[in-house]
Design a protein around this ligand. Sequence first.
Ligand code: NAD
Ligand code: UDP
Length: 323
Amino acid sequence: MIQRILITGGAGFLGSHLCERLVAEGHDVICLDNFFTSQKTNVQHLLGKPNFEILRHDITLPIFLEVDQIYNMACPAAPGHYQYNPIKTIKTSVLGSINMLGVAKRCGARILQASTSEVYGDPEVHPQVESYRGSVNPIGIRACYDEGKRVAETLFMDYHRSNSVDVRIVRIFNTYGPRMHPYDGRVVSNFIRQALNNEDITIFGDGSQTRSFCYRDDLVDAIIAMMNNETHFVGPVNIGNPTEFTILELAEKIIELSGSSSRLIHKPLPSDDPTRRRPDISLAKTELGWEPKIALEKGLKYTLDWFQGINLQDYRPPTPNYS
Ligand code: NAD
Ligand code: UDP
């Protein structure tokens, strides 16, 4: 059935792919964004479509719209972006969630929250299962994002219990792919940009910290499946690729695939940087029948191809906080 769908953060890396997929499926899509970490070019190709529109708006402010589903993706996601204005980051997660849950409540819409593996902080439980309550430093430099997303989960569950709002929560683990902002400072975009320019590759710390990288198409499949599950499974559910790599291994793989002559250099490890991260995706497998299909090497090739085709001059670094 054709749905009226609101995607907050719809011009961002993940949001723009979601717009593309849902417009192609024939839904009536509203892309809402304040363009803090994105640009209109991410959704330019959709602008002429009769079932697509863009709204420049900030979710920390109320808005009245009539919709059937809401994907709440708006929030700066890269550490350099969310730490640039930490108070705004918390407002986006807290006030933004309240405003969007208000729209969902008024319209009887289903609403999905893009939560994060950061709710687990620097985890003592490995791999991370949804029942693990996490180890977040509430006063550290990542807290504006981590605690904001934790409060957002609380708000979603309270609107669900108290006001019967139909909610879904996905905890997204590191996701990469074409249309990542080349200046977002995240590890995949940094390493690829540096490798393609034969610049030094910046390893923070000794590079033994781990992450598990999910290709964006796998991620988008999972969140659409979660939104549309009719079993009343609200989550939270981990969505990510369970194959774990050290940051050093990632750098070596990108150098190999790009044929780069870049050298590895070390920079200080930012505080509270999680030492390891890998999702347990058993719940996603049983509840959604989902598991990722695209291995790191293949996904990196697609991403490298995309980075080779863009002109860096077309991108404005959203903040000065990138390497
Ligand atoms: P992104 O920065 O590319 O996208 C976020 C979008 O939200 C941008 O277009 C930005 O301009 C917009 N935005 C930010 N604050 C806003 C506000 N106050 N009002 C309106 N729009 C606002 O990041 P992404 O990687 O596409 O992440 C999308 C969502 O997924 C985020 O909520 C993020 O926390 C979550 N997530 C992403 C990852 C990942 O690895 N990509 C991992 C965990 C969680
Ligand atoms: N990192 C790195 N060099 C970079 C950017 C990031 O070594 O140029 C490391 C960072 O310290 C972290 C990991 O890569 O351990 C992933 O960082 P990212 O910012 O992509 O996301 P996070 O998972 O930390 O939110």
